[in-house]
Design a protein around this ligand. Structure first.
Ligand SMILES: [Zn+2]
Length: 279
């Protein structure tokens, strides 16, 4: 049983300027690809199964699948709740075996965000789970690309206060990154990232890593980003492989073949990310 990416592991990656890949999964095909990428590289990986997936499929069943995949993997596979705004949901997921959670109070004013986040930390501690929170606000939709522009940037001084007052273990930053693919290339404010990293010792998290050039991601990891969230590129790889398989399939019903093609495409994409930033 290797369920979980422990806080010590996240901190060790941070200390050596590497980053774990947090991949959003809506189904079993993606969950298997995440574990396969970890195993192909010998590196820890994190499967992120969140509220939006629960709306598409039966939450407990998907969580059980994630636990089964993680439990039989030969590398640590974390099970992470992404962008939760609800302490009850956090409790339910921790009861179900999640090993880390993200409380997202980024739409709130600073004081209210601190209050909500501190409560999430309090709820999570007895489970031994670590907590990520967001300061500033990332724009865009978490489940589909909307062409959003950059959101509200993270203020380095506020980040120092936020981390100290809440006791969080990881901080999601907004430095020009956006959820989903964008029409114009995203520009990350690496100077701001450097100031945030200098202001707080906690590992930083970059959401919306899809579509950001490799060299820019590498620079961000070098400055203290220890977790990279990917979703849009995975959705595109998943759908792209399915569509390509269907287009080349004269029978029009080779679903098993399409699922295998998607799993292969997802594994290849994730393996290259893990190899580049975690290994
Ligand atoms: Zn996000």
């Amino acid at each position: 049983m290797t369920l979980g990416v422990e806080l010590e592991l996240l901190r060790a990656l941070h200390a050596t300027r590497r980053a774990v890949v947090g991949a959003v999964a809506y189904d079993l095909v993606t969950l298997e690809a995440i574990a396969a990428a970890g195993e192909a590289t010998g590196c820890p990986v994190i499967a992120q199964v969140g509220s939006s997936a629960f709306g598409l499929v039966h939450g407990p069943a998907l969580i059980a699948a994630a636990r089964a995949v993680a439990g039989s993997a030969t590398v640590p596979v974390g099970l992470h709740l992404d962008h939760s705004r609800d302490l009850d949901e956090i409790r339910r997921c921790l009861d179900a075996g999640y090993t880390s959670v993200m409380i997202d109070g980024s739409r709130l004013a600073l004081g209210a965000n601190i209050e909500l986040t501190a409560r999430a930390v309090e709820v999570s501690r007895p489970y031994g789970a670590w907590v990520e929170a967001e300061l500033g606000h990332l724009s865009g939709d978490e489940d589909r690309s909307t062409g959003a522009g950059a959101g509200e940037p993270t203020d380095p001084d506020e980040a120092a206060r936020f981390a100290a007052d809440t006791g969080i273990d990881a901080l999601a930053v907004c430095i020009g990154n956006v959820h989903g693919r964008t029409a114009a290339p995203v520009t990350l404010d690496l100077g701001r990232l450097e100031r945030i990293a200098a202001a707080t010792p906690v590992p930083l998290v970059l959401h919306g890593a899809s579509g950001v050039p490799d060299a820019v991601i590498a620079a961000a990891v070098g400055l203290g980003v220890a977790k990279l969230n990917v979703n849009a590129d995975l959705r595109a790889a998943h759908l792209g492989a399915t569509v390509a398989h269907a287009a080349a399939d004269p029978t029009g019903d080779d679903l098993p073949g399409a699922l295998a093609a998607s799993r292969q495409a997802l594994t290849a994409h994730l393996t290259s990310l893990v190899q580049a930033y975690t290994a």
